[in-house]
Design a protein around this ligand. Sequence first.
Ligand code: PMP
Length: 445
Amino acid sequence: MASKLFYQSRLPRPALDRAEGIYMWDISGKRYIDGSSGAMVSNIGHSNPAVLQAMRDQMEKSTFGYRLHFQTEASEILAEKTAALCPDGMNRVFFVSGGSEAVESTLKLARQYALAKGQAQRFKVISRMPSYHGSTLGALSVTGYAPLSAPFEPMMQHMPKIPAPRAYLDGLDADDPATGLHYADMLEQKILDEGPDTVLAFIVEPVGGASTGALVPPAGYMQRIRDICDTYGILLIHDEVMSGGGRTGRFWGADHWGTAPDLISISKGFGGGYVPLGAMIARDEIVETVLDAGGFAHGHTYAGNPLACAAGTAVIDEIHRAGLIENSATVGKYLESRLNALMNRYPFIGDVRGKGLLLAFELVADRVTMEPLPPGLNAHSRLVDIAYDKGLIIYSRRTRGGLSGDHFLVCPPMITTQGQVDEIMEMLTAALDDFAAEAGLGRSA
Ligand code: PMP
């Protein structure tokens, strides 16, 4: 019988039977390595016994308590644990069920904070091109990815965009602090162009996700954007939906630069693939100001449900108990070195980048000019399909503002061992060989 389900396209995939650790099996018994943790979600791997037990225990007690009727112990505990991981002065946690909801929440809390401070003229949220912040209309307004936003243009807010700091495309040295300043200056210029009094916030993925393929900011960038936001009284939002939770080798992506935002969004690895869960974390003073001024006019029905929160707490506990942040750092370094070595074999790999186990490689026609592969090759979908047939799941996107260019995220769960990286690399090399042959691209022996 034809499926009644639909998502964004016709993409026939086999039915999932079961999953354990970094492996998944379809109903025919074929095994896959979850080389992208789904969409960078299943950070602690599948079927973790401690998380499943915590969920069972919570289910025996209660699975839902509406937030306007009850506080729950489960949500209090997760809020406490989350706040303890945040920069000083960021202790207020607002639960949601996913990344887009988390981003929407940051935008709306920022706006109400400005209103409460008598700054009604502030409403513009500057973001980067490309970027991805979610699919709901508000989050899409700050998303810099034309193919997703074009159909909805008339229905969206037109938010100012600045270029993401893709030093590798612009031929700049990402380790040179002058490069960080060069891109951060674009933020200041945009603020001046828009009128500083009208700008509410700047939203940034500290380590880029799907839209940029694990883009790491150049030296000095994160510190400088913090300074610029402070100069103009603009809130800084770190969208850590993908980079938060330890995958980069630190709990927050921004921890690599030691900078603190005013608002954070997190999801994906926060629920770890066990439950739909996300959160906004805000500076205490922002929340107090908004609550004093009459309250936050925003909320989602399933927010803070005890089952999701119990799972979220168990995920954080597992990350710490098993040393998964450290593992992401060390195994990530090894995987990154193996990906870098692929550049010797495949001249059409133009760049390898990322932090910890948030890693990506980009395919190009010419490594010097970074000319993209011909769109007709459909590299972004062909390589994924070839790898999938071999039992390796990776995640891809077209980049360059959505016009061309193909990048691939290799982001296995944070429990991945060095031996499993070797297994992934064997399958990936075989997939790249097949792709090169099919696309008529040269490679070294
Ligand atoms: N922000 C970032 C940085 C993301 O990577 C994503 C998801 N890819 C989102 C927001 C949206 O999250 P969700 O799909 O859970 O709504």
